[in-house]
Design a binder for this molecule. Structure first.
Ligand code: LMR
Length: 338
């Protein structure tokens, strides 16, 4: 081997070994278990990101509030103690980005099609941009699903919530929603909900079947009402300084991995929730009741005033744009059915 090519080959070998020993580490913290839509999405991103960067990036996923609880994880991201998170859209209020709480308005997004129009269109993109002054970059939206109510008391009519202590995420819109039902909302971190239910700190809560099942909430809740009254989804986010400081080729590879992981996460979300609801039914500890169309209409009527109550907080124009996208999705679905 000529000296020049020897130097070239050994340099390459050394730098490859260097990367392998000293990869860029991305700590990705989140609060659900690994067998949820978010948990599986995070692991898929890890797999794709490590393959696309040929080991130059190592993604360490910390699930189930192992590192941080709801509020702490956002602080940790801003300080750079972790590099990536995927908090629920209901948890950005305490950070000062309260517009995301528009997603919490009951029944505002009636279908996944409406949701997709919002997230992938200008409205969703503009919302992610609002994170940048906080030192955070928004990478994608990941789906979980529609929420149901659980409690130790039956919940059929809106008046059944009167006086019930209901756990909520840290969103003022969810607070308004529970108050509209006559319930007493109480903010608890996700990791504290099971114990809160077990000890009677709260009577009930709202969540997606996948979150209820994987946290075993159904073991400490007697009733579940399938109401689909709201939505849980995630903004996948990164520390802005870290993300923008990555070598350009690495960032391009990670962007590609994120796009693929997003398609995967959004594809599996519904089936994960369907399987979880089935699991809850089979466990036999919780009585599952699906609202009839007429009951749902009553819930919608009771919850409609929430839109006006929270308009000064999240912005009337933003609420209008959500309603517009929902109407357009509905019209498209009707045309497709003809
Ligand atoms: C909750 O706190 O109920 C959810 O946001 C948890 C999650 O991340 O899905």
């Amino acid at each position: 081997m000529k000296l020049q090519s020897f130097v070239f080959v050994t340099t390459l070998a050394f730098s490859a070994a260097g990367w392998a020993q000293n990869p860029i580490v991305i700590k990705f913290s989140h609060v659900t278990t690994i067998d949820t839509p978010k948990g599986k999405g995070a692991l898929k991103f890890k797999e794709l990101a490590e393959a696309a960067t040929k080991g130059r990036v190592k993604v360490e996923v910390y699930p189930n509030s192992q590192l941080y609880k709801d509020k702490e994880e956002l602080e940790a991201l801003q300080m750079g103690a972790v590099q990536m998170l995927a908090p629920s859209l209901s948890k950005f209020g305490p950070l000062g980005v309260k517009e995301f709480e528009v997603y919490d308005i009951p029944y505002i997004l009636p279908s996944k099609a409406a949701l997709q129009r919002v997230n992938e269109g200008p409205v969703g993109k503009a919302l992610l941009k609002k994170l940048e002054p906080k030192g955070i970059v928004g990478l994608a939206y990941w789906d979980n699903g529609f929420k149901d109510m659980t409690s130790n008391k039956p919940m059929v009519k809106p008046s059944d919530f009167r006086g019930q202590k209901m756990r909520i995420q840290s969103s003022k819109v969810l607070d308004a929603q529970m108050r509209a039902l006559g319930a007493n909302p109480q903010v608890l971190a996700f990791s504290e909900v099971y114990q809160g239910m077990q000890t009677g700190v709260v009577d009930g809560s709202e969540n997606t079947p996948s979150n209820i099942y994987t946290q075993k909430m159904h073991e400490v809740q007697k009733y579940l009402t399938v109401s689909d009254h709201g939505y849980i989804g995630y903004a996948v986010i990164a520390n802005k300084k870290f993300w923008e400081g990555l070598p350009p080729d690495i960032r391009t590879a990670l962007d590609g991995a994120m796009r693929e992981a997003t398609v995967y996460a959004n594809q599996i979300a519904q089936q994960e929730n369907d399987a979880a609801l089935e699991g809850i039914r089979k466990a036999g500890k919780t009585q599952v009741r699906v609202l009839t169309a007429q009951e749902k209409a009553e819930w919608k009527k009771a919850l409609l005033p929430v839109q006006a109550t929270v308009a000064p907080r999240v912005g009337k124009a933003l609420i209008d744009s959500f309603n517009k996208e929902a109407a357009a999705a509905d019209a498209a679905a009707k045309t497709a059915m003809k």
